[in-house]
Design a protein. Structure first.
Length: 430
C-alpha cells in the first residue's frame, strides 16, 4: 500500500513538471515570436524611413540644380540679304505683341538698322523649345542680351579685352598683301600699310621681289569670344633695293594721330584727292548740264560713282564744321582743316557714329557712307575742296605738304620713336 502511494506521488510530480515545462515553453515561444515581429516591424519601418530620407536627399539636389542651372540650347541665325530684325523674330514664331515690345526695348539703346548682313544672332531655347533669350553683338566689345523668361528686359554686357603689340618682318616674293597673309599678318593691318605708303609708292610698279616689310602694330583680344580687333600701326618700314621708307606713329600736340619719318616730316599730304576706294569718276569739276534741272550750271566738285554704303574717308585732319541735311546736297559733311582748306561730302546715305559738329577727325578716318540723298540720280559721292572760300578742282590740286614737327614737339617725337623702334627690334629677335 505504501509502495503504491509512493508511485502515485512520483507520477503526479512528473506530470506537474511536464505541464509546467510545456506551458513555459509555449509562453517563451510566443514572447520570442512577438519580440521578433516587433523587431521586424521596427526594421521595416526604419528601412522605410531610410529609403524615404535617401529619396529626399536625391530629390533636393536635382530640384536645386534645375533651378540654379537651367540649360538652354543655343541656335545661331545668320542675317541674310533682305532680313530685318522683325522678320527674324517672326520666323521664330514669337507673338506679334511681344515682337513690338522686344523691338521697343532694344531701340532705347541701339539702332537695329545698324545690324549688317552676315552678322549672327544667338537664340536660346529651353527643353520645351521656348525662346528665353536673344543675344547679338552691338560692336566687337559689347553684347546686347534680351531676356524673355518672365518679362522682357535688356542687358548690355561689356566684354573684357587684353591689349597687345606685335612685330612682324617678311620678304616679298609675290606681293605685299599675299606674302603678308602667309606670314600671319592680318588683312586689316595690310590694308593700313598700303594706305600709309600710298603717298610714296605705286604698289603695282615700285614693289619688287626681295622687298623687305617690317611692322609693329597694336591689337586687342576679346577674352570671352577670342575675337581680335586690330588697331593702329606703331612702326612700318619698306626697304626696296636698299632704300628705306619708314614711319612712326605719333600723337601731335593738337591731338591728331599721324605718321612721321625720323626727321619729323609727315608721311601724308594735307588733302586726299580721292576720299574713297574703288570708285570711278562719273562727273568732273566745271560747267555742265545739270542731270535733274536740265540747266547749265557750275559743278563745284567731282562725283565718284560707288555702291551705296561704300565708306567715305576724311580728306585730311580737321574739325567737323557741318553735319546734317543741306538742301540739294542731301546728307552732307564739311570739314575745316588747319591750312585754310575745307572739304565737303554730299549725298551720303548715313554718317559714321560719333561724327558731329566739332568732332576731331584724322585723315583716312571713315566719316560716312555713299548714298543718293538730296538731288541725286544714283548712289555717288560729290566731293569738294574749298580754299579761302573758293572751290578748287580736286583732281588738279597741287597737294600741300603735311605737317613738319619742330621745337619741343620734334624733341618729344624723337624720344618716342626711339622707344618704338627699340621695342620693335626686341619683339622681332627675342
Amino acid at each position: 500500500m505504501f509502495r503504491i502511494l509512493r508511485y502515485l506521488i512520483l507520477i503526479s510530480l512528473i506530470s506537474s513538471g511536464y505541464y509546467l515545462f510545456i506551458s513555459e515553453y509555449f509562453n517563451l515561444s510566443e514572447k520570442n515570436f512577438l519580440e521578433r515581429e516587433i523587431v521586424k516591424n521596427e526594421i521595416v519601418e526604419d528601412k522605410k524611413e531610410i529609403i524615404k530620407e535617401k529619396k529626399e536627399e536625391l530629390a533636393l539636389p536635382n530640384i536645386k540644380k534645375s533651378i540654379d542651372k537651367v540649360q538652354y540650347v543655343e541656335k545661331k541665325i545668320k542675317i541674310l540679304q533682305g532680313d530685318t530684325f522683325v522678320s527674324i523674330l517672326e520666323s521664330l514664331n514669337i507673338k506679334r505683341e511681344n515682337i513690338y515690345e522686344i523691338i521697343s526695348e532694344i531701340e532705347n539703346s541701339f539702332d537695329l538698322k545698324k545690324i549688317k548682313t552676315g552678322e549672327i544672332i544667338s537664340v536660346f531655347e529651353n527643353s520645351f523649345g521656348e525662346i528665353k533669350k536673344i543675344e547679338f553683338f552691338k560692336n566687337n566689345e559689347t553684347i546686347i542680351s534680351v531676356n524673355l523668361d518672365k518679362e522682357i528686359n535688356l542687358h548690355i554686357r561689356e566684354l573684357t579685352k587684353d591689349s597687345f603689340i606685335e612685330s612682324k618682318q617678311y620678304t616679298i616674293t609675290e606681293s605685299l598683301f599675299s606674302d603678308g597673309i602667309k606670314n600671319g599678318v592680318s588683312p586689316d593691318i595690310l590694308v593700313k600699310i598700303i594706305s600709309l605708303f600710298s603717298f610714296d609708292l605705286d604698289f603695282q610698279r615700285d614693289i619688287r621681289v626681295d622687298t623687305v616689310v617690317s611692322i609693329s602694330y597694336e591689337f586687342d583680344e576679346i577674352i570671352e569670344t577670342g575675337r581680335l580687333e586690330y588697331n593702329d600701326i606703331k612702326y612700318a618700314s619698306i626697304i626696296i633695293d636698299g632704300k628705306q621708307l619708314e614711319y612712326f606713329k605719333f600723337i601731335t600736340d593738337d591731338g591728331y594721330i599721324d605718321y612721321f619719318n625720323r626727321e619729323g616730316k609727315n608721311v601724308k599730304k594735307s588733302i586726299l584727292k580721292t576720299p574713297l576706294d574703288g570708285a570711278r569718276i562719273s562727273s568732273n569739276f566745271g560747267m555742265r548740264k545739270h542731270p535733274i534741272s536740265g540747266f547749265n550750271k557750275m559743278h563745284k566738285g567731282v562725283d565718284f560713282a560707288a555702291p551705296t554704303g561704300t565708306p567715305i574717308y576724311a580728306g585730311g585732319n580737321g574739325i567737323v564744321e557741318y553735319v546734317g541735311r543741306n538742301g540739294g546736297y542731301g546728307k552732307y559733311i564739311r570739314i575745316r582743316h588747319n591750312n585754310g582748306y575745307k572739304t565737303a561730302y554730299a549725298h551720303l546715305s548715313n554718317y559714321r557714329k560719333g561724327i558731329s559738329k566739332g568732332a576731331r577727325v584724322n585723315q583716312g578716318e571713315v566719316i560716312g557712307y555713299v548714298g543718293s540723298t538730296g538731288n541725286s540720280t544714283g548712289p555717288h559721292l560729290h566731293y569738294e575742296i574749298i580754299y579761302q572760300n573758293k572751290h578748287i578742282n580736286p583732281l588738279k590740286l597741287k597737294l600741300p605738304s603735311g605737317k613738319i614737327l619742330e621745337g619741343k614737339e620734334l624733341e618729344k617725337f624723337k624720344e618716342e620713336y626711339k622707344k618704338i623702334y627699340a621695342d620693335h627690334l626686341s619683339m622681332l629677335y627675342e
